[in-house]
Design a binder for this molecule. Structure first.
Ligand code: FAD
Length: 309
């Protein structure tokens, strides 16, 4: 069996694998797609000590760093089931291809995915004006006009954040009212360069072939169609953790995030978690890596306390 089996090959999983392997213990990584969300990212400007990089470049560096160690990387493999430790103390992971792996400790780092609007043009202009992360991409729209889609806490926080950087923000909410906390709504409405549209449904993203130029929205009250000229669209309608396969095993929050403590421990002994799939706040590369390192050190602490076999 593995000493540490990491499920997920994004920044959190890569950091976990490196920290575990550096302890000289048997380490494996199962990844549906090594690199994770970073593969879908263009400019990265907040990875501290690196002024600018690109997703695929950072993934290549992650992969090469992992390969400096004797890590068994099982790429293009999807975990389908977690089997909590029985009397032998080993945690099992069943892969979609039927194989069953066992390990003394498991680190879950399966990440998350942004919910998309599913309107024409959205995928075509992803990373060309359609963005999902205001902390990451906000500064790219300095002095420009943007829309934020979604009036929950994350949408309103994004609109407040962006209003300090861009020229103008239009917040677009599908429902008849915003769902964000009242204090955030008050703050939002005090900002002079923000408009709020409610009962508004985004229907299409327009562009010139290279980048976003406008969006169409429908007034859900009277059905009228409108067009808004802008350069950026931040979609803030939810980040969905990749934890469907874990239901009924580790404790999940109501949003489906794996509940972890400050050490990355989950509700199951020997099972740790890190990165965007957990309740750890602020979903960022550097945070996922820090969480991954922490989970690996916690797994190692757990291992050295196990009775010798
Ligand atoms: P992920 O990167 O999501 O990796 C999850 C891994 O788990 C993948 O390898 C995936 O294939 C695998 N996996 C999922 N399910 C299974 C399964 N059942 N079995 C096996 N493997 C599985 N952050 C920044 O800090 N700066 C930025 O500029 C930035 N820009 C971004 C731009 C975009 C377009 C997006 C989408 C995100 C951006 N982020 C940015 C956020 C950042 O990418 C994430 O916070 C980070 O990748 C999270 O790392 P992770 O390892 O937790 O998860």
């Amino acid at each position: 069996p593995f000493d540490v089996l990491v499920i997920g090959g994004g920044p959190a999983g890569a950091a976990s694998a490196i920290y575990a392997a550096r302890k000289g213990i048997a380490t494996g990584v199962v990844a549906e797609r090594f690199g994770g969300q970073v593969l879908d990212t263009m400019a990265i400007e907040n990875f501290i000590s690196v002024s600018h990089t690109e997703g695929p470049k950072l993934v290549a560096a992650l992969e090469s760093h992992v390969k400096d160690y004797a890590v068994d990387v099982m790429n293009l493999q999807k975990a389908a089931q977690l089997v909590p430790a029985g009397s032998d103390g080993l945690v099992g992971v069943r892969l979609e291809n039927g194989a069953i792996l066992s390990a003394k400790t498991v680190i879950l780092s399966t990440g998350a995915r942004w919910r998309s609007m599913n309107v024409p043009g959205e995928q075509d202009y992803r990373n060309k004006g359609v963005a999902y992360c205001p902390h990451c991409d906000g500064p790219l729209f300095k002095g420009k006009r943007v829309a934020v889609i979604g009036g929950g806490n994350s949408g309103v926080e994004a609109a407040i954040d962006l209003a300090g950087i861009v020229a103008h923000v239009t917040l677009i909410e599908f429902d008849a009212q915003l769902r964000a906390d009242a204090v955030l709504q008050t703050r939002l409405r005090s900002l002079k360069n923000v408009d709020v549209l409610v009962s508004a449904q985004t229907t299409e993203v327009h562009g010139d072939g290279e980048k976003v130029s406008a969006l169409s929205w429908k007034n859900r009250k009277d059905g009228a169609q409108h067009r808004l000229d802008l350069e950026g669209i931040f979609v803030q309608i939810g980040l969905v953790p990749n934890t469907e396969w874990l239901k009924g095993t580790v404790s999940l929050s109501p949003r489906g995030e794996i509940e972890v403590d400050a050490r990355g421990a989950t509700s199951l002994p020997g099972v740790f978690a890190a990165g965007d799939c957990t309740t750890s706040p602020y979903k960022q590369i550097i945070i996922a890596m820090g969480d991954g390192a922490k989970a690996a050190l916690s797994a190692f602490d757990h291992l050295i306390r196990l009775a010798p076999q």
